[in-house]
Design a protein around this ligand. Structure first.
Ligand SMILES: [Mg+2]
Length: 186
């Protein structure tokens, strides 16, 4: 079967990583409980910053955040296991074009299985549905409500990667990546 994955906050724990970096850069000690109760995708609210201040902070540290964010627990192992079982793994990330090559490299370096022609990058959020449909994926995983909302008409299994800002969605969700191997067993 064909499995497609978003990267940021689906396979990589990007926001929590950004939150920790912001704490360090701002000399703050905002608790992880504040992060966990955020209902917005940007994390600057946790620091009482305006949208503009949040954007500036993000832009100043984006590269560090992008290229040092760790995978979620078991994400690498589970995707490796999928490939071992004969499945195809695709990546579909809306990171901008200038980040595509480096992102692919860092994902590979983290141990994710990346095969030629199965790394899609640089599209807008709303173009993902088109790519996912054309690839004929059987499963797709993403964290972002606006993306997940565009996939309803497609013939595939769509899962939300559980995050505090997508709990209002009623579609199936993955909390820990180890659950995926049980899902495909059934
Ligand atoms: Mg994402």
């Amino acid at each position: 079967m064909k499995f497609g994955f978003d990267i940021d906050d689906t396979l990589l724990n990007l926001r929590e990583h950004a939150f920790k970096i912001y704490n360090a850069k701002l000399g703050r000690d905002v608790g992880i409980d504040v992060f966990r109760s955020l209902t917005t995708i940007p994390v600057h609210d946790a620091f009482g910053l305006t949208v503009e201040e949040g954007r500036e902070l993000w832009n100043a540290h984006r590269d560090e955040i992008y290229y040092s964010a760790p995978p979620f627990d078991e994400a690498v192992e589970v995707l490796q296991e999928l490939v071992k079982q004969g499945h195809e793994v695709y990546y579909v990330t809306a990171r901008t074009a200038e980040h595509c090559e480096r992102t692919k490299n860092v994902i590979e370096k983290a141990g994710f299985p990346v095969e030629e022609g199965r790394f899609y990058c640089g599209m807008a959020d709303l173009e993902k549905a088109n790519i996912i449909g054309k690839l004929g994926l059987d499963y797709y995983f993403d964290d972002k409500p606006v993306v997940l909302g565009t996939l309803e008409g497609l013939e595939l299994h769509v899962y939300a990667k559980d995050n505090s800002y997508n709990r209002h969605l009623t579609i199936p969700r993955i909390v820990n990546w180890s659950e995926l191997l049980d899902i495909i067993k059934t």
